[in-house]
Design a protein around this ligand. Structure first.
Ligand code: RIB
Length: 325
């Protein structure tokens, strides 16, 4: 841990137990596919991002809600092993811990169904009790596996402090425009960006023949005008686009080419390392480079948290990335 006092990453979000089945192909509705291999692993977008941040060497605090059940005990113990500060995790005596059923095929494609359980009971009031931790964070990241009113409360408190406020809108749902005004950096994938644009009521402002990157830039411009400084849109094996709304400038960052075996949690790895690198004082492009390199390692391994690389591996991948033409 190399951060000084108050220089911590704060991650607020979900914590799930992932029940994974790896099989040749994904079933169609109503179909049974047999012969799969089962693995239980630690997941949840929030917890995955916290692990990515901690493994990247940043002091990391995680706030979330888990059940008082066996999965909850195991998840808590695991986060503590990762040296994440878990003192603000809340246990719910009535509701089960979050669970995700994940199916992965031989090409690494996946389908995920989540029973959020306790994650969805994290309330605005419980967040108000964590005001100082939120205001004093150096960087903050939240995803959308907790209630939207709770997310609004988090960013409203965070805006009273100086922290870098990141929102990973996954899984995407309607986001009030007032909430977006409180965000510094939005990190959707391309599908989330397009759906968010239409949920916000924007008309398509690009030529029909525009390519994907031109469309992403046009959409990012519209959304950023709501008050967001930067939008980083991840485009899987093609890397990501950083759109700077203040300067109206877009930068394409290529990905490091690898053969993906399981992409579950790779986006979380990207987001956690991004928050960690910003906490260390890196500028946005350098932070995105580290995040891209970390995600390029995560996709070559199975599982969510189990696939996330450590600091040394990320640094080595960045050195290789810097040699790319
Ligand atoms: O982003 C991957 C995560 O989504 C999984 O770990 C699963 O728990 C769901 O939250």
């Amino acid at each position: 841990m190399n951060n000084t006092k108050n220089e911590y990453v704060l991650i607020i979000g979900s914590c799930n137990m992932d029940l994974n089945i790896y099989s040749k192909r994904l079933p169609k509705p109503g179909e049974t596919v047999t012969g799969g291999i089962f693995r239980q692993s630690f997941g949840g977008k929030g917890a995955n991002q916290a692990v990515a941040s901690a493994r990247d060497g940043s002091t990391t605090i995680f706030i979330g809600k888990i059940g008082k059940d066996a999965f909850g005990d195991q998840m808590l113990e695991q986060l503590q092993k990762e040296e994440i500060d878990t003192t603000n995790i809340i246990r719910d005596p009535e509701e089960h811990s979050g669970v995700a059923f994940i199916m992965i095929d031989e090409n690494g494609e996946n389908m995920i169904s989540v029973a959020p359980g306790a994650n969805f009971l994290l309330s605005p009031e419980e967040i108000r009790n964590k005001g100082d931790i939120i205001r004093n964070a150096k960087s903050l990241i939240v995803q959308m596996e907790i209630p939207i009113e709770t997310i609004q409360q988090i960013y409203s408190i965070a805006s009273e402090g100086e922290c870098i406020k990141i929102l990973n809108p996954a899984p995407l749902k309607a986001i009030p425009k007032e909430l977006l005004k409180n965000i510094d950096i939005l990190v959707p994938n391309e599908g989330e960006l397009f759906r968010l644009h239409s949920l916000l009521g924007f008309e398509e402002n690009f030529e029909k023949r525009a390519n994907l990157i031109q469309k992403i830039i046009a959409i990012s411009k519209n959304i950023s005008e709501l008050g967001i400084h930067n939008i980083i849109t991840t485009i899987g094996p093609d890397g990501c686009i950083i759109y700077d709304g203040k300067e109206n400038v877009a930068t394409k960052m290529p990905a490091f080419k690898v053969k993906a075996v399981d992409t579950v949690g790779a986006g979380d790895c990207f987001n956690g390392v991004l928050a960690s690198q910003l906490c260390k004082g890196k500028d946005i492009r350098e932070a995105v480079k580290f995040a891209t390199c970390a995600a390029s390692i995560a996709v070559t391994r199975e599982g969510a948290q189990s696939s996330i690389p450590y600091q040394e591996e990320i640094i080595n991948r960045v050195k290789e990335y810097n040699k790319m033409k």
